[in-house]
Ligand binder design. Structure first.
Ligand SMILES: Cc1cc2nc3c(=O)[nH]c(=O)nc-3n(C[C@H](O)[C@H](O)[C@H](O)COP(=O)(O)OP(=O)(O)OC[C@H]3O[C@@H](n4cnc5c(N)ncnc54)[C@H](O)[C@@H]3O)c2cc1C
Length: 302
């Protein structure tokens, strides 16, 4: 039990609570569920932020991007047409978080600030060049999500800073987030991979690839990106990108998978994400999320 719990009615109230040492709770699906499972005790002081209207909503930005409030749920992300069409990998990621209940209560801000190396939205946000908008009593600052995530459960945000929104720059082309999972619901990634590509005619223009649950923090894989950029996006390039993803992995062994299995699957899942991203850039309308089974998807039959 927390010693003190307040529900903030305004943003200044929430920021004042953080400045005096309270931790924010949004949906509570990491913080409260984790405490119930004995992962970590609840903090002494909690401030609930679910009532802050400023942290809700998805809006177009002037530059053709999107501003997504920190309290936007995974269910709302999956349902949003602009997210599905322009930032499809993010829709893929939110679509496989937990269960229907988890997706309705769990927020994008909570997923990011929990900073699990296995969380779904990190890879897509990093590949899209997303920025976190952090606010405290001393003002606002922006940090690239790639720099915000500093390690397992750690971020570059100060304890007095609240994540109010994630901003995505304009995006073109196609993208996909894929994960290895032992079941479709109530699962976290054993291995995950994101790919976002643009096209220049029939060739790949730019490519971004990130790996999830394979390193202490979610990272891009430059060698996978250079294997794709400028090429024809054919089987050889896809294979090279998958091999680069496996080479960049520093997996751990735990109850869910051995390090060797994770490394082997890194190549498979990266190929699956790359194949679907290229297909989407070329106009295919794969389902969101892509089917879990490669046999159904047809992208990788290893
Ligand atoms: C059954 C179940 C299945 C799950 N499956 C998945 C899964 O498949 N993939 C996955 O990635 N996750 C999964 N999760 C984890 C969780 O649901 C998500 O990470 C969710 O997005 C967390 O959001 P929340 O609002 O509930 O976060 P909370 O629990 O409220 O907060 C999480 C952390 O972020 C901090 N925080 C929250 N909001 C802010 C903010 N605006 N500014 C600063 N700090 C903030 C909190 O202090 C806390 O440290 C699962 C959880 C459960 C219970």
């Amino acid at each position: 039990m927390s010693a003190t719990y307040t529900a903030a009615a305004t943003l200044p109230e929430a920021l004042a609570a953080l400045a005096s040492g309270a931790r924010p709770v949004a949906g509570g699906t990491d913080l409260v569920v984790g405490a119930r499972q004995g992962k970590a005790p609840l903090p002494d002081s909690l401030v609930a932020i679910h009532g802050l209207a400023e942290l809700r909503g998805i809006a177009e930005t002037g530059g053709g991007g999107l501003r997504i409030g920190a309290l936007v749920s995974h269910a709302d992300l999956v349902a949003h047409p602009a997210v599905r069409e322009r930032y499809t990998a993010l829709a893929d990621a939110s679509a496989i978080v937990g269960s229907h209940a988890t997706r309705h209560v769990g927020t994008l801000g909570g997923n990011v600030m929990n900073a699990s190396p296995a969380m779904e939205t990190g890879g897509p946000l990093i590949c899209f060049g997303a920025e976190a908008v952090l606010v405290s009593e001393s003002g606002e600052r922006r940090v690239a999500v790639a720099d915000l995530l500093t390690g397992p459960g750690r971020t570059a945000a100060r304890p007095d800073e609240l994540l109010v929104a994630i901003e995505l720059p304009a995006a073109a082309g196609g993208s996909c987030y894929a994960r290895l999972e032992y079941r479709r619901q109530m699962e976290i990634a054993v291995v995950g991979a994101t790919c976002a590509v643009t096209l220049e005619g029939a060739r790949i223009g730019s490519a971004r690839v990130a790996i999830t649950a394979l390193t202490p923090r979610i990272v891009r894989v430059p060698d996978a990106e250079s294997a794709l950029a400028g090429g024809d996006g054919g089987a050889g390039a896809v294979q090279a990108a998958g091999d680069a993803a496996a080479a960049a992995a520093q997996p751990i062994s735990d109850v869910r998978a051995s390090a060797d299995y994770r490394r082997a699957m890194a190549a498979v899942i990266a190929r699956r994400a790359v194949t679907a991203a290229i297909a989407r850039a070329r106009g295919s309308s794969d389902s969101v999320p892509i089917p879990a089974s490669p046999a159904l998807h047809g992208a990788d039959r290893d």
